[in-house]
Design a protein around this ligand. Structure first.
Ligand code: ASP
Ligand code: MG
Length: 315
């Protein structure tokens, strides 16, 4: 006797689930993941060769990156302690470098940033993503930018060489970028192209480039910051800079900008005690890098379980 199976989901959610299943089972996604796997191996090899020490991710902590744009906040009650989900490990990588025995660290760091649904069609925003988060005591702005240019060149060349078949199936032709990358000042670009300057420049250029001089978080020096931007319209790749680490500077900027200093009490205490060190670094988004390497129009398609702001989440 035939038994009818009761449907457990409402129709619209079921349609989303079934389209996800199609995506998960597709050859296209398998090609994207093969490219991601090679890119991650290349990134680890590069960091190990440069003697960066790998740290494990921090996922919950009493404080996290305040970010300079608004996202929905998450706070978890845990036996009378209030913990936040990591937006980035920025403060923790600075704190790790208090050690006189560590010079440079990196983390494959999961970040949760519940971006508003207005970002739905940007093609590059996800509610959770992973970044290669790096910080060093040995380099300053120019040295770090040149390290990143080498890293990008290495990853692109290796993926081009090792993932020929997947790239062909995705109809993606990769060009190993020439170094040094071009550098632009954000104020100049804004004067010329208006507020969408980054998008316009990303669409115009054929190789990755830098934009400097952004207004940033309290920890970034505005005279020594940088964003790496992917070309061909793929947009922002990495943010970073040389950091403020002195108590007086941190408190002055926090007060100027109306931060709740109490939220960063432990961090400020370390700064007050002179334990924080001058460092320089950045965070490069893995899913955005994979989108660039694979040439996919939307970041939704770079993984099986990506979550786009404003879209229904079924898995
Ligand atoms: N905290 C930055 C971000 O997550 C990265 C960095 O400055 O190192 O965008
Ligand atoms: Mg940024």
């Amino acid at each position: 006797m035939k038994r009818s199976i009761k449907q457990t989901m409402e129709k619209t959610k079921l349609a989303i689930l079934l389209s996800k299943v199609k995506h998960v089972k597709s050859e296209k996604l398998a090609c994207v993941l093969a490219i991601q796997t090679e890119a991650l191996a290349a990134l680890h090899d590069f960091m190990h060769r440069r003697r960066f020490t790998q740290l494990m991710p921090v996922v919950v902590a009493p404080m996290t990156d305040p970010l300079c744009h608004g996202v929905h906040d998450i706070e978890i009650d845990c036996d009378s302690q209030k913990l936040k989900l990591t937006k980035s490990m920025i403060l923790h990588k600075f704190m790790a470098l208090m050690s006189d025995h560590l010079s440079h660290v990196y983390i494959m760091s999961p970040c949760v940033r519940l971006e508003p649904k207005a970002c739905k069609d940007s093609g590059r925003h996800l509610l959770e993503f992973t970044q290669l988060d790096m910080e060093t005591k040995d380099l300053q702005k120019e040295g770090f930018m040149s390290l990143i240019e080498e890293l990008v060149g290495y990853v692109v060349a290796r993926v081009k060489k090792k993932c020929d078949c997947a790239l062909r199936l995705l109809e993606r032709e990769l060009i190993v970028p020439k170094r040094p990358f071009k550098v632009f000042k954000s104020a100049d670009l804004k004067a010329r192209y208006g507020k969408d300057y980054e998008k316009i420049m990303s669409e115009k250029l054929k190789e990755p480039f830098w934009i400097t001089g952004f207004k940033r978080e309290f920890y970034d020096r505005e005279d020594a910051d940088y964003d790496l931007v992917w070309p061909e319209g793929f947009g922002e790749a990495m943010s970073g800079g040389q950091r403020h680490y002195k108590y007086g500077d941190l408190v002055r900027i926090m007060r100027d900008r109306g931060y709740d200093e109490k939220q960063f009490g432990a961090y400020l205490e370390l700064a007050r005690r002179g334990l924080l060190k001058p460092t320089c670094g950045g965070g490069i988004g893995i899913e955005r890098m994979v989108r660039f390497l694979t040439g996919l129009p939307h970041i939704r398609d770079v993984g099986p379980f990506t979550k786009v702001p404003g879209e229904d989440i079924v898995l």
